[in-house]
Design a protein around this ligand. Sequence first.
Ligand code: ATP
Length: 304
Amino acid sequence: MSDQNLTAIYAKDLIKSYGSFRALKGIDLQVHSGEIFGFLGPNGAGKTTAIRCMLDMIRRDNGIIEIFGKDPQTESVAVRDLCGYLPGELRLDENASVKSILNYLRRLRQGGKDCSAKISQLASRLDLNLDSKIKNLSKGNKQKLGIIAAFMHKPKLLLLDEPTSGLDPLVQQIVLELVKEAKQSGATIFFSSHVLAEVQSIADRVAIIKNGEIVEVGVTSSLLSKRAWRAKIKFVSDDSGRGAMIKDLEGVTVLEVSDDNKIFDIGIEGDVDPFIKFIANFEVDYLEINKPNLEEIFLSYYGD
Ligand code: ATP
């Protein structure tokens, strides 16, 4: 049993099959209260299935799920009350207005507390007309409606299935700001994404799911620091002995070197300082050092 104050989501050996196809093969997850947790994986990896199991929108076959210590299967109303959910795909009554849909969703909640001030504030920030009919909304504007529905009651836990999907870059930024603000107000945010740059910029921790299994979990910054730096350097002079000295530097791997011994492509594990100090002894024509990004980590799992 998880600590309901410290653990927002606890999943242990979570299994879900569709017929004979096993979509989740026993996943373990622990999302701490108050963190932004990014859930990464390619199409069909099982992200939506996991999120739906967390809300018991589809029933797990086996394993444990707790949302702030509550089982979504036996305490469904209480769990849904704690959560704001943005589905990957919204299906809405086309003839209704944005306002009436939000009002309907609000009333479905226990107590159905008034959120009109928050709705107006979110609609204004996202530039969505509350009087629009659903049938007249673009894909992006429907997504904005979904975001307002998830955030409007200031839930303790936000489960967001690809929140920035279909939005233009400016609105994507606003959504990321909303996520950060929700965290500042004490909420926990669990979101799936394909957009690695956004996960890298806001997630405290990340899990990578592949074929229904979690293949990596970690603090975003530690995952990033695990990867080797990549440096490209061109020295002014050729010096045949220099290559051997570079190879001897701790953590350094020479990936490629030009025939004239001037241009080096180098991988550096860990601290870059010894490498920088070493090259300071020479006249350098060109230097490029790239900090590895989440995309490279992600691709290292999906390279095949
Ligand atoms: P995406 O990034 O494309 O949204 P995802 O990681 O959310 O993908 P899921 O939608 O959870 O992946 O799907 C996981 C696997 O389960 C996929 O192979 C998918 O085809 C399968 N699947 C999902 N829903 C059903 C269903 N209702 N019936 C049968 N198979 C399903």
